[in-house]
Design a binder for this molecule. Sequence first.
Ligand SMILES: C[S@@+](CC[C@H](N)C(=O)[O-])C[C@H]1O[C@@H](n2cnc3c(N)ncnc32)[C@H](O)[C@@H]1O
Length: 313
Amino acid sequence: MNQFFQNVWKGLNSSPKYLESKYFYDEAGDKIFEEIMECPEYYLTNCEREIFQKQTAALTDKFLSQLKEFDVVELGAGSAAKTSYLLKHMVSQGIDFTYYPIDISGNVISNLTKNLPAKIPGLILHGLNGDYFDMLDELKLMSDRNKVVLFLGSSIGNINLEDTEDFFRLLRSHLLPGDMVLIGFDLKKDPQIILAAYNDKEGITKRFNLNLLKRINKDLDADFDITAFEHKPVYDAETGACKSYLVSSKNQSVRIGEVGRIQFNKGESIYMEISQKYTVAQTDTFAINSGFKPVHHFFDSKNWFLDTLWQAV
Ligand SMILES: C[S@@+](CC[C@H](N)C(=O)[O-])C[C@H]1O[C@@H](n2cnc3c(N)ncnc32)[C@H](O)[C@@H]1O
């Protein structure tokens, strides 16, 4: 049985039901996510893009103030649209580095490999297709230089708050003292602004969530009726957890391949994804508790988003 099937079967047989958000990103999911990033309500991209456009030189100077030479690694690179500003600047400054984008989507890595060096002449790129930590293990065999690891887009927010420090400790265990990480954190703000980002008027986020059911239909021979599920995001301002659910609009039974059926009651939900929001102090505490020291905070002009730079101690 493949891993995708095992994880889907386990999640849909749990109570409450859930699906793992890393499976959002097949070829169709990658494209829909790019649409999300461009929709007006999804402020995260604009805020972080502004940091990468306006503070490129300051970012590069901070890296160079700590490390003589280094390679750049990106966890979950996606389209690398924001990273491109930084890469372009670093190449233009004659900095000698290799860019290693890591992504679980083969489609992402083949697109980056094909397109990015053409867009940024002089860029040396080596794509790594797989899970973050498996690929960091592979990378150890390829380069013994210090690393600057980018983890953007507040992708960290897709990990439950109680597991976040474990994630950073695991990341630290894959790095050398002196290595740096630049992490995008979406900050707590007006709940209406946050909720709108996950419930855009055009329904792109809804399509993104339903696409995972389509992917299960296609790859695991299932028969989800995607018109019988509603998209429902919920934000808890106290904890900062923004969670997305797909809610069954009727009693129904869904077949998953040859293996069996899953029953849904009307109103029963599948937990799809968390997009956690943070305070700045919380992010500094993560660093200190997981073997890093905070070096610098880069904010957008609205102070809605933080790219924080840490160094492994
Ligand atoms: C939300 S997108 C963010 C893309 C980009 N970092 C940005 O800020 O625009 C997350 C990306 O991470 C990748 N991804 C998700 N889980 C992953 C994992 N466990 N290992 C490697 N890549 C992963 C997805 O394929 C997707 O391209």
